[in-house]
Design a protein around this ligand. Sequence first.
Ligand code: C2E
Ligand code: MG
Ligand code: MG
Length: 522
Amino acid sequence: MLLAAAGAFLPIGFALQMSWSRAVALEQQSLDNQAQRILKYTQGMLDQTVEVLRRLNAMRIDPCSPQHVRMMQTLSLQERSIDELAYVADGHVRCTSWGIPEDQARLEPPHMYLKSGAALRLDAVPVVSPGLRMVAVRHGDYSALIEPGRFTQLTPADGVQMALVLPGSGMLGSHNHPDLMLVAQALNGGKLDVEEDYLSAVARGDDIAVVLLEPASEALSSLRRERNLWLPMGGMTAVVMIGLVCWLSRRRLSLAGELATAVSRRELAVHYQPIIDLRSGRCVGAEALVRWQRPGGKQMRPDVFIAIAEENGILPRITAEVFRLVIRDMEELLAVDRGVHISVNLGASDMKDGEVLRVLERMLLHTSIEPRQIWLEATERGFMDVDTAGPVIAEARRLGHAVAIDDFGTGYSSLAYLQRLPLDSLKIDKTFVDAIGTDSATHKVTEHIIGMARSLNLLTVAEGIERQDQADYLKAREVDFGQGWLYGKPMPAAEFIKYYLRNVESTPPPQRMPGEGAPLAA
Ligand code: C2E
Ligand code: MG
Ligand code: MG
């Protein structure tokens, strides 16, 4: 259910998040473009004005002569952005494009200088209409007046606030009443300090900076478009994910059902993999490994179906079935040769209450097998809860079984918890045997694990020995037993018995029998 919910919500959440961030990114891009366009327009206007003033300065003409005034008039008419041109000498306006003024006004000092060297004043008073305030740009002997509204003729999209800033000097113009605090923050490049998210764009020219502000909610129109694009994809992925989860869980549930039926119909089998005394080469027993041949002939790997059995509470029945098969297959051999043992795997759930031990005790009651001939092994996962596993191990040993920790080194084991558990032996996982003869870091751990087992007085069994050099290495370090393809793969009972008899003929009896080295209860 959780997986299905995650499968549904994650893609849809992702689609929503994606459409929002895409919408915001698109809106931001549009804002940046607008700011650049407006900057080009306003800075262009200033540059153009300075260019006209430069041309005038370069002209040789009698100041304030009728031709001079006409020339200024023509130029101010030609340049749509210039409203008035004035000739200035000794800080006074001598004549303008309107003619020679009666009152030769004194020029106010500039507010700032432009990059081009021209001076700029924001609130110059035109000679002909003193009620107005104009932007004055002065270069050399000339001054141009520009009506401030001209700078804001090019406006951004609806809902966008604009400020045309002359950094350090003031504002050339604005549109839509921008919040001046936010304008300052945007100019400083900081995060905007407002509850509602704003998008901002800043474009900087030689003299002017254009600041645009837009509430992020304005991105909503693009959001709708993006959502129409992303939501169907998210929805489709959600449907596929839910379908996949349903299919997987039905398959697992039906597999669990099939497995339960197979147990009832006694369709499971057990194969036996020889365990060898490394010093003498003698076979001292076998590990019982369950096999499930599904209808149709396909074998399913035990670690896969054991996990399903564990999840669905079928494992105790499988463990009991393995006990039954081991007794059926091996009773005769075990009765004849007391030095042989069979190791049976327990799952994590078997380690919880020890119920399997009572099942095994009842089964062994009417057989000639001695309990010490049945070893039990469980992975670290089974021992994780020390408080419940401890008493189960103690009970198993009281009944006479030896207990091993399987796949040692692959889980969470620590020396501290190993010391707290009354174990008999430790099975070194195949990964550490594989590392022998390599220069990987794991190789060093192999050495360490062997040392640790010895210091805890545990018997050691190495799993997955495939090559002679691995066997030699382990033998040199006094590892007690070995198991692996080098000696034999897991095989049906009859084959194992033949293997065993052949092996016994060609090897001396081991000096140390399984169970003797371990602190087994008598
Ligand atoms: P395990 O208990 O660690 O068993 C050893 C596994 O290593 C077996 O795989 C064995 O076939 C394989 N093996 C042994 N020697 C070699 C070797 O030299 N090379 C390679 N590549 N592999 C080797 P298998 O039979 O597939 O079993 C896998 C796991 O399934 C077992 O690991 C055990 O955890 C679980 N399992 C098997 N039978 C039972 C059972 O009856 N009950 C429970 N609870 N678990 C079982
Ligand atoms: Mg095992
Ligand atoms: Mg193992």
